[in-house]
Design a binder for this molecule. Structure first.
Ligand code: ZN
Length: 200
């Protein structure tokens, strides 16, 4: 079994990839990974850009949110609550990427599911529903995420109105791919909508 340091490094690596890919800006967004065969989760810290997160800055918590290990004494993301709720509701989820990608977030403001405009999106995303808007870090947002997952038990991604997306995968690489594909799909849907109807 891989040790905790492997997951600390992996979480920082995918956080950086999400930032560099433009899936999130500023200090927004948060990623987490479930440590296999345990009831523990590593989550990125609050108030640090995903582009800068160092392995030792990630925080180990149990599924109740109690901090088990934070080598630098940092606090976990304020969205830790909905990450943990998602892990409790779905045993198949091994990692979560909550990011604020511009095109997906713009579509979320419509309050409707993301238009799946490519074959790849339909095959890999199946359905991307949209949940309501609540303040980041609030109990209301956590409850809304719980309701969204309960009503859509198998979807890999959910749009969060006026906020961003919740991408869920088997592992960090998979969660990152889901987030990336969701944003690419939103971008293509936007471009398609701007092409005038003309006969070629
Ligand atoms: Zn957020």
């Amino acid at each position: 079994m891989k040790d905790i340091d492997f997951y600390r490094k992996e979480l920082s690596e995918f956080s950086k990839r999400a930032f560099n890919r433009g899936l999130v800006g500023g200090t927004g967004g948060n990623l987490s990974v479930r440590i296999p065969e345990t009831d523990t989760v590593l989550v990125t810290p609050t108030a640090i850009s995903l582009g800068d997160v160092q392995p030792e800055e990630n925080i180990l918590v149990n599924l109740h949110g109690e901090v088990l290990d934070s080598p630098l004494g940092l606090k976990g993301s304020k969205e830790t609550g909905f990450h943990l709720a998602a892990y409790q509701l779905r045993a198949d989820i091994g990692a979560i990427a909550h990011v604020h990608p511009p095109y997906s977030t713009a579509f979320s403001n419509k309050g409707k599911p993301l238009p799946l405009v490519t074959v790849s999106a339909r095959v890999n995303l199946k359905h991307v529903p949209c949940i309501e808007c609540f303040l980041p870090g609030s109990a209301e947002l956590r409850n809304c995420v719980i309701e969204g997952i309960r009503s859509n038990p198998e979807v890999p991604c959910i749009l969060m109105k006026e906020h961003g997306i919740l991408a869920m995968g088997r592992d960090l690489k998979h969660a990152f791919y889901i987030a990336d594909l969701t944003e690419d799909t939103a971008k293509i849907a936007y471009i398609e909508a701007t092409i005038p109807t003309v006969s070629y």
